[in-house]
Structure formats: C-alpha cells, structure tokens
Write a protein that binds this ligand. Structure first.
Ligand SMILES: [Zn+2]
Length: 361
C-alpha cells in the first residue's frame, strides 16, 4: 500500500519543482474520482478531510474508504491529510484513523472562528508537531488568518473561519514572523495568508496584486527556501463551471477564483501544496443539475453521480497536469511512518532556516 506522508511527498515535489493539489473528500464518489484522475496521469495525490467531512462521513467510513483506494491503486502514493485541525485532539484522532498528515490551524482558537494570537499559535502547533513527529506523521501549520483583502471578511468552510472583519496586516503573513514561527514549531509545511479565501466568492474581479499578494509568497520563500508553502482556498472557479451551473437552473453570482497561472508562479516560489475544493464541488453540482434539468424523471442516484464523478475527475486531472504532479507517482518510493519517525528523531528533517536548498544539500 502506498500511503505517503506529506513531508516525504513535498520534499520530492521541492526537489523536482512541482506542486501537489490537495483535494477534499466527503464520500466514495469523490475518493474514486480523485484516484482515477491520479492513476490516469501517474500522479501522487493529497486527499484531505475537514472536521466537517469527518463528522459527515464518519471516521470509520473514511478510514476504510482510504484503505480501499490504497488497495485499488497500490502504485499511487496517497497522502491522507487532516484539513484545518482546530486542536491537538482533532489531529491525534486523525492519525489514529490512518491519516499520515495533519494541519494544526492555530491561527484561530479551538472554536474555529476566533483569531488567535501568535504565542497561542506557536504553543498549540508545537504540541501537535511533537506528537505527530513521534509517530512519523507530518504537520502543516498556518500563520496569518485566511480572508479576503478586498473585504476584510473570511468565508467559512465547513464551519471553520473567522467571523467579522479583520485588518489587512492580520490577513497577510508577515515574512519575518514566518521565519520565527518555523523555527519555533518545526512544522513540515506552512500555510500562509495572502488574499486567498475559502468558498467560491474569492474575488469580485480577476485578481491583481492588490487582492492576491503573490509577493508575500516570494518574500517568505526567500527567507525560508526549505519550507514547503501551502496555498489554501486556491480553486480557480472556472467560468465554464459557473456557466454550467447557471445554465441548468443554478443561481451563482459572477465570481473569480485564483488563476492557474498565479498558482504556477507560486510553485516557482516554494508553493508545494495547493488546496482545491470549490472547483470539484462546482463540477459535481453542474453535472448533477444538467442531468436533473434534461431528465426530470430520473431518480436513480447512479445516473447523476456517475456524470458528477466524471466532471470532478476532469478537474482533478487538469490540476495534476497544470501543477506538474503528473508523471511523478512512479518516481516515488513511499516510506512508512515508522521510518519517517526515525528520520525526525535523528534530526534529519529539522527545519533549515535561511539556507538555500542547494547549500543545505
Ligand atoms: Zn483551508
């Protein structure tokens, strides 16, 4: 079985200059669509489940779902990741259920909506890093709060996201603080705030540097060339998917996401994990709406879930190709978590601050 940790996968991505999309799952259809896409282009994948997904699908169902796809596709490295863990317990139980990686989002308090201070974030993230690294699991931290630079607002994703309005400086990760944070926590990957937000309504126009601060990524990458950066809320919200939904009775106001070429630019500057959920939700919804609009008499779930899976598979496959993930699966030999635990213990994976990748190797 080819389960892989986030750390090993992103180290490979950094060495070979590509990015890996992280797709969210809640059910069997999404798991199959992601793996079919990965298999068709020989790509490793990151599958992630939010707390909302875990309560929707049940931890035991998710565990066996991942076991099932790992057994079906033994040649595809699969990283199973907890999206937006809110405290130590969420991260610990994820690992208990077979996740190889967790995100401890200490930018918000455990309630998932109150912005937390820096010291709290360091403490809770460090706790999770200690626990996870003992067993070889990887940890993604977050510094800065995700939200729109246009409005100062956050968008809740499965109940996770701040309420109210924040100032610009809270919505942008400070590059110097990022260095301190990585040093203090030893996270394997760092999610940064630079104007992306969750959901479909990210931007009211095609984003430019004022609302999508790609320069923040470049500055952080300069200071932390060995830290894997993570872009959240990075669906592109393609026009054709908006159009299909609206053509078949949906009511989605015009919106813009993160253009793929901006993500590709990020990948040149240390972005290794790109979170995508909305695009897949839209692809499935558009396909289902089309079936219902064209065949109002249809009542067999397979008749609309199959086209939904096909539409999601197409989006996943496209992103795997656009981010350079395609063709990489067969080049990776996943290490078990026990081997990763030994590497942490030996100090091989300690954070390298301010050294260039070339100098570090
Ligand atoms: Zn997120």
């Amino acid at each position: 079985m080819a389960r892989i940790t986030l750390r090993q996968l992103l180290d490979h991505a950094a060495e070979n200059g590509y990015g890996v999309p992280a797709f969210n799952i809640n059910n069997m259809e999404q798991a199959l669509a992601i793996l079919e896409a990965a298999d068709s282009v020989d790509a490793p994948v990151i599958i992630q489940a939010s707390r909302g997904a875990r309560s929707y699908a049940n931890d035991i169902v998710l565990k066996h779902l991942i076991d099932a796809v790992a057994e079906m596709y033994p040649h595809i490295p699969i990283c199973m990741h907890q999206d937006h863990g809110n405290n130590e317990a969420t991260c610990a139980t994820a690992i208990q259920f077979g996740f190889t990686s967790v995100m401890m989002d200490g930018s918000l308090k455990a309630d998932g909506k109150t912005p937390a201070d820096y010291d709290y974030n360091v403490k809770v993230t460090r706790n999770v890093v200690d626990m996870a690294h003992w067993v070889g699991a990887s940890v993604e931290g977050e510094l800065g709060v995700l939200g729109s630079l246009e409005t100062g607002m956050g968008e809740k994703e499965d109940g996770h996201g701040f309420e109210g309005k924040l100032e610009h400086d809270q919505l942008l990760t400070d590059p110097d603080q990022a260095v301190e944070f990585v040093k203090a926590t030893e996270v394997d990957a760092l999610a940064i705030a630079m104007g992306t937000s969750h959901g479909a309504y990210k931007f009211t126009r095609k984003p430019d540097g004022a609302v999508l601060a790609m320069n923040v990524i470049e500055e952080i990458h300069q200071r932390l060339p060995n830290t894997h950066l993570v872009m959240h809320g990075s669906s592109s919200v393609p026009q054709d998917l908006q159009d299909i939904i609206n053509q078949y009775g949906g009511e989605m106001p015009q919106t813009w996401g993160v253009p793929v070429e901006e993500i590709q630019r990020g990948i040149k500057h240390g972005v290794r994990k790109i979170n995508i959920d909305t695009d897949n939700r839209m692809a499935m919804t558009g396909a289902i709406r089309k079936v219902f609009a064209e065949n109002p008499g249809e009542f067999d779930p397979r008749k609309y879930l199959k086209p939904a899976m096909e539409a999601m598979r197409a989006v996943c496959r496209q992103r795997l190709e656009e981010f350079g993930t395609a063709g990489q699966a067969s080049k990776i030999k996943p290490l078990p978590m026990s081997a990763m635990a030994k590497r942490y213990q030996a100090g091989e994976l300690a954070a390298k601050i301010g050294v260039t990748r070339q100098a570090a190797e």
